[in-house]
Design a binder for this molecule. Structure first.
Ligand code: ADP
Length: 478
């Protein structure tokens, strides 16, 4: 009972409508019970009597006290009003109903003057309410005209006027209730409908349907729908990239495995017999196994970087010395490829970071540069201080990277041209992705510029000092 949003909204609306109708009915009843029609009549009588006194003021003024008494009694009779005559100092001289009614609780003089010609109410000695009006007669006298305030109890009013009050009230209330209930049903549907659609879309996402939801309904629901769409898109993208990742890994593993299997088979069934054939088969098996080994190590590395479980050392790193050692390490490879490898490193302040991981990044960048630069080309490593950070560029005069590939080379498994020769150390397109993760973990950035046919520049920016002492892996996750 009332567990769904729609039924709760409906219940709430019904209660609100019911309460509003009750309040309106109560106000209407009180209004009719106070009987304004009779009050209006009483007020009119008071005004007419006051006018009559004003018109006859001249003749009344000259009357003696007994004469005034007669005039008061006549006014009472004519207008059916209680007529009182006060002296200016507030003393009551005549009260036409002194004998029959309790005394009025009128404060003399000031109040009379203040209330002249304004109808207000006053209590008598027994607490009954009177409407009254003061009218000046002369500099000596004041008339006060009073009549009991018409007041009938609610029940009496209803009973006496059931036809013209209670019934229309009842019928109007029923119509209002009916119309507002229909509106309440529509409103409940209007609010709850879009939410139901979102619930339906969530079920569709669970079953693999990622179609975006049209944002409809109230603003809050629209914003929920938009957030839901973003979430669904992220889930979709992440599922897609998981699928791609698995497809890439299987593909990268299948190629060397097929080679290994083929050459092992050749050795086993005697197809490869001569020492040369045997040695080249063993060479292929060795290289492909090495490739698989590197691939698995890279994958493990990426998985740990993603999970944030890599323990980065936080220690001062001498960037100049590190770059020089990377260059020295790769010089034989460059010499073999007939590429001139040089380093121009300013004297630089140290950075805080993981020296081995940073060396891994620069080894990868310089190694790539050598691999992609034809014989006779140059690879230069330039490090300098810029804007409070250190900028290290690895510049080559190699084949370059086409503009359409440049934006994607940091993606996992992305290779510009899989058929490009890579020699023994041909990679799987994970090197730059790992390098990027490591640089990000150091609070820096890695970017690339290239002109096909002229060369490429890979730029690493590193901040000079980390602002806080949190571990690098934690910084990355934040
Ligand atoms: P791999 O291990 O296959 O080299 P990387 O992630 O290191 O993968 O590089 C991604 C792609 O970027 C490679 O396919 C390579 O062709 C291209 N690349 C990287 N460095 C250079 C460079 N200096 N010049 C031209 N192409 C490059």
């Amino acid at each position: 009972m009332f567990t769904s949003l729609r039924s709760r909204l409906l219940l709430t609306y019904t209660i609100v409508i019911g309460v509003a109708l009750c309040v309106v009915a109560a106000v209407a009843l009180v209004y009719f019970a106070r009987n304004p029609a009779q009050t209006v009549q009483a007020r009119q009588r008071l005004k007419s009597a006051a006018d009559a006194i004003e018109q006859r003021a001249e003749s009344l003024k000259d009357l003696s006290e007994p004469g005034l008494e007669t005039a008061v009694a006549r006014l009472d009779e004519t207008f059916d009003l209680r007529v009182l005559l006060y002296q200016r100092d507030g003393e009551l001289i005549i009260d036409s109903r002194q004998e029959t009614e309790p005394a009025l609780q009128l404060r003399p003089t000031q109040r009379l003057i203040r209330l002249a010609s304004v109808i207000t109410s006053v209590d008598d000695a027994e607490g009954d309410e009177w409407l009254h009006l003061a009218q000046s007669l002369s500099s000596e006298y004041w008339f006060v005209l009073a009549t009991p305030r018409p007041n009938v109890s609610i029940l009496v009013a209803l009973r006496s006027r059931a036809d013209d009050i209670a019934r229309p009230l009842q019928q109007g209330g029923l119509v209002a209730l009916f119309v507002s209930l229909i509106l309440a049903v529509l409103m409940a549907r209007w609010v709850a409908g879009p939410l139901q659609r979102i619930a339906q879309a969530a079920r569709s996402v669970a079953s693999g349907d990622y179609r975006p939801l049209k944002p409809e309904g109230p603003d809050e629901v629209k914003s929920l729908a938009r957030t839901f769409n973003e979430m669904a898109e992220q889930v979709h993208t992440s599922q897609q990239s998981q699928r791609d990742f698995i497809a890439n890994v299987s593909h990268e593993l299948r190629t060397p495995l097929t080679s290994i299997q083929g050459f092992a088979q050749a050795i086993l069934d005697g197809t490869a017999q001569s020492p040369d054939e045997l040695s080249s088969a063993a060479d292929v098996i060795y290289n492909e196994a090495g490739r698989m080994h590197r691939l698995v190590l890279d994958l493990l590395d990426l998985a740990r970087l993603d999970a944030g479980t890599v323990e980065f050392v936080r220690a001062p790193v001498d960037i100049s010395a590190m770059l020089e050692s990377v260059v020295a390490k790769l010089t034989p490879q460059a010499t073999q490829a007939e590429v001139a490898l040089t380093a121009r490193v300013d004297s630089l302040p140290g950075v805080i970071g993981d020296g081995d991981r940073l060396a891994q990044v620069f080894t990868n960048l310089v190694d790539n540069a050598i691999k992609h630069t034809p014989a006779g080309g140059d690879v230069r490593v330039v490090a300098q201080l810029v804007d409070g950070g250190i900028e290290i560029s690895v510049i080559d005069t190699g084949e370059g990277i086409p503009p359409e590939d440049l934006g994607r080379i940091f993606e996992r498994f992305y290779q510009v041209d899989k058929s490009r020769p890579g020699g023994r150390r041909r990679g799987a397109g994970l090197g730059l992705a790992i390098a990027n993760e490591i640089i990000l973990a150091h609070g820096g950035g890695l970017s690339a510029k290239s002109r096909p046919g002229q060369g490429s520049v890979f730029v690493v920016k590193l901040p000079l000092a980390l602002p806080d002492d949190t571990t690098l892996a934690e910084r990355r996750r934040m």
